[in-house]
Design a protein around this ligand. Structure first.
Ligand code: AMP
Ligand code: ZN
Length: 114
């Protein structure tokens, strides 16, 4: 999509520090990290949120989930753990309407999710 920042990152029109890519997603370092490790895993397909997928997309969405596990291994996050967050809509303050997951790690994030 032409005016989507994550589509531009995925196809290289905007620079990013990419850490992983496969047919389902592209992962890159968040420009405004909220933990020592903060990786954005963006769907290869431009869909505004998880609400835009259907039953026919099970393999695609599962592919992203498996990619998250691979990225966690690749980045050495398995031993101490990591958190995965998806912001969807206004209350969650989703700022980029292109499906993505945040992988956060690199320190104790506490018992509360927010
Ligand atoms: P969300 O608020 O869940 O939509 O998350 C969007 C995330 O994208 C934020 O954490 C931003 O810091 C991050 N972000 C925005 N622009 C860029 C960029 N050019 N490169 C890397 N991360 C970005
Ligand atoms: Zn997009």
């Amino acid at each position: 999509m032409d005016n989507c920042i994550f589509c531009k990152i995925i196809d290289g029109r905007i620079p990013s520090v990419k850490v992983y890519e496969d047919e389902f997603c592209t992962a890159f370092k968040d420009i405004n990290p909220q933990m020592p490790v903060h990786i954005v895993v963006a769907s290869k397909r431009h869909v505004p949120s998880v609400l835009g997928f259907g039953a026919e997309d099970k393999e695609f969405l599962g592919g992203i989930q498996l990619a998250i596990a691979k990225i966690a291994s690749q980045e050495g996050l398995v031993e101490n753990g990591f958190r995965v967050i998806n912001n969807c809509g206004a209350d969650a303050h989703q700022s980029v309407p292109h499906l993505h997951y945040h992988i956060l790690a690199g320190g104790d994030m506490g018992e509360r999710i927010v």
